[in-house]
Design a protein around this ligand. Structure first.
Ligand code: ZN
Length: 182
């Protein structure tokens, strides 16, 4: 089991668009395993590769620990694309392992169609709604260099400024491993 320090707000890699995965090799499979270990160790339900310092278009999701999702099968999405979104939006409070202790309400589509490649190099498409859609959209955002503060009103973003600065300065209490300041 390998736990990798999680990148936090201020780390440059979180602002970069991740690179398309060209080859699903042993290194990538090991990366994915480490991502699951790191996510579960931090009690997360989703984690993108750039949150463990990897510039690769891949994220993992596991909702098993969430009430009502006990039968959820962990998912790996490589080179995902959001193909369709519903007209209906919902506002849900979100957190992020790269924004320790911060919570903010974010409006996003209720339902989505996502296309991706799985670890068997098979092309897949999947319809997701509610929490699952929410986590996919959040993780997809990471892969294009976006985070919660980019998805809230400018008024809300102002309110978050102080907390964001504290995170950037590691002036926060976190019970999992994070990167040290760049
Ligand atoms: Zn996040």
């Amino acid at each position: 089991m390998a736990i990798i320090p999680i990148t936090v707000y201020g780390d440059k890699i979180l602002r970069e668009k991740t690179k398309t995965v060209k080859q699903i090799d042993g290194i990538l499979i090991k990366n994915i395993k480490d991502m699951f270990d790191t996510m579960r160790n931090a009690n997360g339900i989703g984690l993108a590769a750039n949150q463990v310092g990897l510039n690769k278009s891949v994220f993992v999701v596991d909702l098993k620990e969430v009430e009502g999702y006990e039968n959820f099968k962990p998912v790996v999405m490589i080179n995902p694309k959001i193909a369709e979104v519903s007209d209906e939006n919902v506002i849900i409070e979100e957190g992020c392992l790269s924004l320790p202790n911060l919570r903010a309400e974010v409006e996003r589509p209720k339902k989505i169609l996502v296309e991706y490649i799985d670890t068997d190099e098979k092309e897949n498409s999947l319809e997701a709604d509610d929490l699952f859609a929410r986590v996919i959209l959040h993780e997809y955002d990471h892969l294009i260099g976006k985070m919660i503060p980019d998805r809230v009103s400018s008024e809300m973003k102002k309110k978050l400024q102080e907390e964001l600065l504290q995170i950037k300065n590691r002036d926060v209490k976190v019970d999992y491993l994070i990167t040290s300041k760049e």
